[in-house]
Ligand binder design. Structure first.
Ligand code: ADP
Length: 509
């Protein structure tokens, strides 16, 4: 009987498939990492074909591990790294360039130009909910059209398609039958009008992106297509799509206005629902679509996006060789009682929320001969907690309401030292649910709601169970002192990228 749902979670570092049963429990899963391609300082790419191969592979592997067949699966839900842009040829199905990843900063100069004389990065925020930043998809597409030979002509002729990763995967899964993207992903492109939920002509003209390339914008939860290209799942409906952070919010059953979650992955993303209202932040948060069920009105959220949190741990592992796997960062940090005076501001892609400073770059400050690798490991973990504090301060300033506790999920929440420090700097409890795979669960929920596996939000809320809780313990004065040191460190990271730095990085034009 078709009472299971399979979720495909295409993240920045890996692609996972998870089979859930009707109670929302994990039955089986499979995962594969893909290559991170760094052609130059500030550039980050993925091979979209590799991502598709991994996706097909993990779907088959998870289904096999569950001992199930296509007839047992009611639907597939997709969730994905957002903003990352793929442009491919509709005739050959081949990408014309590597996918340009959300962290990539190569298009800063173009965005500076679009900001006009006054450098107004909020010029289009009224319509899109977003500042002009390299983070979002639009400028990445413009870059591909401007730099790949023949791409612009082919796009004008209707031969090239653009999509975020959800769009690319659906197109591949359906053998090119469906070129769609859900409203949550579309709300991250800088091309969608938040109120009408349609592509904005003003924005596509601003970025010189031919309308013929754009996918159709669809609901997050609806029957959207049928899998034809993965044999083991042939005929299964694709019935849910949510960007990864919206999916995590959905998976935490935070459906209503005022409900929130914070995900600790490659970066950190805090979302607070605002119901059917579009709320404009005065404090550096984005406005985004949270979900749309069938033909119902869309629900919105404000979001605090932090570019670098877990990826700083990867950087300690891959670039410094300080640790050999991510979990060792905790063991190393635990060998010292504090950060020894070191503060690490990981502004590798500039600083996102709440600062939006593209001119910032990473800074490790407060160094003395006393500081060891263990202090640096600790400072790296603390950076995640401090950046989260900055975002929550912005949320509280916007909403006028203090947060009572923080619901968390994501890979970094396995780190107990970090979670305790987070509770300490926020001075509120931090709570993790039993199922930490909330991103995949959210995509499964969207697909299961559209196909009758689940029938109401109430039913899904009933699945949520508390797994672990951290209570604040740090002395208030000590906490305040450390926060002041962090704020000083943040200021040290500003104003780094100027013409000299751009020339050194090879991104002067
Ligand atoms: P994503 O979905 O963005 O790919 P995940 O939720 O899988 O990310 O989280 C992976 C991130 O968490 C990686 O950046 C990794 O460095 C970090 N991470 C994993 N385990 C730990 C740990 N024990 N302590 C700190 N960071 C960790």
């Amino acid at each position: 009987m078709a009472d299971h749902v399979i979720a495909l979670d295409q993240g920045t570092t890996s692609t996972r498939a998870i089979v859930f049963d009707a109670e929302g429990r994990i039955v089986a899963s499979a995962a594969r990492e893909h290559a991170q391609i760094f052609p130059r300082a500030g550039w980050v790419e993925h091979d979209a074909d590799e991502i598709w191969q991994n996706a097909a592979g993990v779907l088959e592997a998870a289904l096999a591990e569950a001992g199930l067949v296509a007839a047992d699966i009611a639907a597939l839900g997709i969730t994905n790294q957002r903003e990352t842009a793929v442009v491919w040829d509709r005739r050959t199905g081949r990408p014309v360039h590597n996918a340009i990843v959300w962290q990539d900063t190569r298009t800063q100069v173009l965005l500076d130009r679009l900001g006009g004389e006054g450098g107004d990065r909020d010029r289009f925020a009224d319509e899109t909910g977003l500042p002009l930043a390299t983070y979002f998809s639009a400028s990445k597409v413009t870059w591909i059209l401007d730099h790949v030979e023949g791409a612009r002509d082919a796009a004008e002729a209707g031969d090239l398609l653009f999509g975020t990763i959800d769009s690319w995967l659906v197109w591949k899964l359906t053998g090119g039958a469906r070129h769609i993207t859900d409203v949550t992903n579309a709300s991250r492109t800088l091309l969608m009008d938040l109120a009408s939920l349609a592509w904005s002509e003003r924005m596509t003209e601003t970025f010189r992106i031919p309308a013929a390339m754009l996918p159709e914008i669809v609901s997050s939860s609806a029957v959207l297509g049928e899998i034809t290209e993965v044999d083991a799942l042939r005929g299964v409906a694709i019935a849910g799509i949510l960007g990864d952070q919206q999916a995590a919010t959905f998976g935490q059953a935070a459906f209503d206005a005022g409900e929130s979650k914070n995900t600790y992955g490659t970066g950190n993303f805090l979302l607070v629902g605002t119901g059917e209202r579009i709320v404009r932040s005065q404090h550096g948060l984005l406005t985004t679509v949270a979900y749309r069920i069938g033909d119902e009105p869309a629900h919105y959220a404000v979001e605090g996006s932090i570019a670098v949190t877990g990826s700083l741990v990867q950087w300690l592992r891959d670039n410094l060789g300080l640790i050999s796997e991510a979990s060792e960062v905790q063991t190393l940090a635990e060998t010292v009682p504090d950060n020894g005076g070191a503060y690490f501001v990981p502004a590798f892609s500039g600083l996102f929320a709440p600062y939006w400073r593209p001119d910032a770059r990473g800074a490790l400050v407060g160094l003395t001969r006393y500081v060891t690798r263990a202090h640096i490991a600790r400072a790296a973990l603390e950076a995640t907690a401090f950046q989260t504090l900055d975002v929550i301060t912005a949320v509280e300033a916007d909403t006028g309401k203090p947060l009572e506790e923080l619901r968390v999920d994501g890979g970094m929440t396995r780190n107990g030292l970090l979670m305790q420090f987070q509770a300490d700097v926020l001075q509120i409890p931090v709570v993790r649910p039993e199922i930490v795979e909330t991103t995949a669960l959210g995509a499964a929920y969207a697909a299961g709601l559209a196909t009758g596996v689940w029938t109401s939000f109430e039913e899904l809320r009933g699945h949520w169970r508390e797994g672990e809780r951290w209570e604040p313990q740090m002395d208030a004065e000590e906490r305040d002192r450390r926060v002041r040191m962090w704020q000083k460190a943040v200021r040290r990271s500003f104003d780094w990228v100027d013409t000299d730095a751009r020339i050194l990085m090879g991104t002067a034009d």
